[in-house]
Design a protein around this ligand. Structure first.
Ligand code: NAD
Length: 502
């Protein structure tokens, strides 16, 4: 019998690590490579959220009064602290989520980049002024914090996605409540240890662990002013509608089905590298994962052989093993759901070129949630597997006779997160960029997730709202504008009529 006690995670509220006082239950946090329970996460209740929101509300005036430059300096310090902990953060990501350690290091680097972008706040938060909008009268627009902001985040980027919001929100003078994914709450415990060490006013940042109950309480909470959500499309819609109904500012990033178009003139070896990384990196569990290849004209003739070979060579294993190319999916339940999708694709008439079901059997931990790279050819655009998000290491191949047809297939879908085109033709790229109804486009790049200084700009069912995550949109989302029109009489210049004398 094991004598190890499993840690029950605390929340972080008002500057202290605090046990959940109103938890309605607990869940195991499981390493998907081994089935080992790493910790237990409380499903916090309304009173826990209320305590966090009250702390955030109480901290608002003090944090806002810290000068913009001093807030930026706190973020510089946070950056240094996260860099020093980056290997701990990456190992935590791999342990709780499963992606390979290389992938996890890249995620942590992108997380830190978000902090770097937020350090620019003394520049990016500046307003505008126009002198003499009427004789002796000036108009200026200032940016002020929105108030208490909350974020609800998914399992697939335990380090990075919370940081699409947190650094920008606090840089702008807001206070913040984070609800991590209950499947991967450990990495943010490390991030909050470093936030704690900054000595921010108590309540500036808060962490409330939990699931659906906390989410619903956030959406209805009268003292929360803005909500950022990242997760699946049905929950994104629910969050968007309910938060908007409660009068909040809201941005909700949903699911995806990303296509990669391969033109006959593509440079095949580089294209194969791009497709393999995009389809099977993080075991296909990225919202920017390429899950459908559209091979145009005779592109499939040169592409499919090398693509299947390169995918077959990928080594499946524990993400902490530096030799692994593909880690497990998030859970055994997810593995079984993805396996069902493969069966449905075959039943619908697709041809299985590579079958990852049962891969690693006899070599890998049988309690791990392993599923190898899978490729289905001759997939019809009307098939459910071509339209719905599978969120696993499954790549569909559709054959199209022209770029126009490829664009039509993509535009007919309900998602519009990311897409890539592989070609050396400037004219094809120009056409594609102009006509494709997708918010993030890669040209000869498989995963075109924008860097922190640009917005993460999905469209259609992949995004509900108007201001996107990070980049300049983050400053827009986390500030509200105030326009001041002013004049003074003592200098003799402001005495005309504001409306008439222009
Ligand atoms: P999910 O929707 O199941 O969970 C996301 C968050 O919502 C979690 O914090 C969870 O606790 C909460 N939640 C889940 N069900 C809920 C419900 N019924 N009511 C209220 N709250 C609920 O998503 P996931 O499985 O954790 O993450 C994977 C999904 O996230 C994929 O669809 C992926 O495409 C998407 N995603 C999108 C982006 C993007 O930028 N568009 C980025 C990352 C992930």
């Amino acid at each position: 019998m094991s004598t190890t006690t499993i840690r029950l995670l605390d929340n972080y509220i008002a500057g202290s690590w605090t046990p959940a006082r109103a938890a309605t239950g607990e869940l195991d946090v499981v390493n998907p490579a081994s089935g080992e329970a790493l910790a237990r996460v409380p499903l916090s209740g309304q009173a826990d959220l209320d305590a966090a929101v009250a702390a955030a509300r109480a901290a608002l005036a003090e944090w806002r009064a810290v000068s913009t430059i001093a807030r930026a300096r706190k973020l510089f310090e946070l950056r240094e602290r996260l860099v020093a902990r980056s290997e701990d953060l990456a190992r935590s990501v791999t342990r709780e989520m499963g992606k390979t350690i290389g992938d996890a290091r890249a995620e942590v680097a992108r997380m830190i980049e978000m902090v770097e972008a937020a350090c620019a706040i003394p520049t990016t938060m500046q307003g505008r002024i126009l002198e003499d909008v009427s004789r002796g009268i000036d108009a200026e627009t200032l940016r002020q914090p929105v108030g208490v902001c909350a974020a609800i985040v998914p399992f697939n980027f335990p380090a990075m996605v919370p940081f699409w919001f947190l650094p920008f929100a606090i840089a702008c003078g807001n206070t913040f409540v984070l609800k991590p994914s209950e499947q991967v709450p450990l990495t943010q415990q490390i991030a909050f240890e470093e936030l704690d060490a900054l000595g921010l006013p108590a309540g500036t940042v808060n962490l409330v662990n939990g699931g659906r109950e906390v989410v619903e309480a956030i959406l209805d909470h009268r003292e929360i002013d803005a909500v950022s959500f990242v997760g699946s499309a049905p929950v994104a819609r629910l969050v968007y509608e309910r938060a908007a109904k409660a009068g909040k500012r809201v941005q909700a990033l949903g699911g995806a089905k990303n296509h990669m178009v391969v033109m006959p003139d593509a440079v095949i070896d580089k294209t194969v590298d791009g497709i393999v990384g995009s389809a099977f990196g993080a075991a296909g569990q990225r919202c920017m994962a390429g899950s459908v290849v559209i091979a145009v004209g005779d592109a499939h003739e040169q592409l499919l052989g090398p693509l299947v070979e390169a995918s077959r060579r990928l080594r499946l294993g524990d993400g902490l093993d530096e030799r692994s190319d593909v880690g497990p999916v998030i859970s055994c339940a997810a593995r079984d759901r993805i396996s069902d999708w493969i069966e449905r694709g075959v039943t619908a008439g697709a041809e299985l070129l590579l079958d990852g079901r049962g891969a690693g059997a006899g070599e890998l931990d049988p309690a791990g949630a392993f599923l190898g790279p899978t490729i289905l050819d001759r997939v019809g655009p009307e098939m459910a597997i071509a339209q719905e998000e599978v969120f696993g290491p499954v790549l569909c191949v559709i054959r199209a006779h022209s770029l126009d047809q490829a664009i039509e297939i993509i535009n007919a879908g309900r998602f519009g997160n990311g897409t890539s085109i592989f070609t050396e033709s400037g004219a094809s790229v120009r056409r594609y960029r102009h006509d494709v109804q997708v918010g993030m486009v890669g040209v000869n790049i498989g995963v075109a997730a924008p860097v922190a200084f640009f917005p993460f700009s999905g469209w259609k069912d992949s995004f509900l709202g108007d201001l996107h995550a990070h980049g300049p949109d983050a400053v827009e989302f986390f500030t509200r504008k105030k326009t001041v029109t002013s004049r003074f009489f003592s200098d003799g210049q402001g005495s005309g009529s504001y409306f008439v004398e222009r």
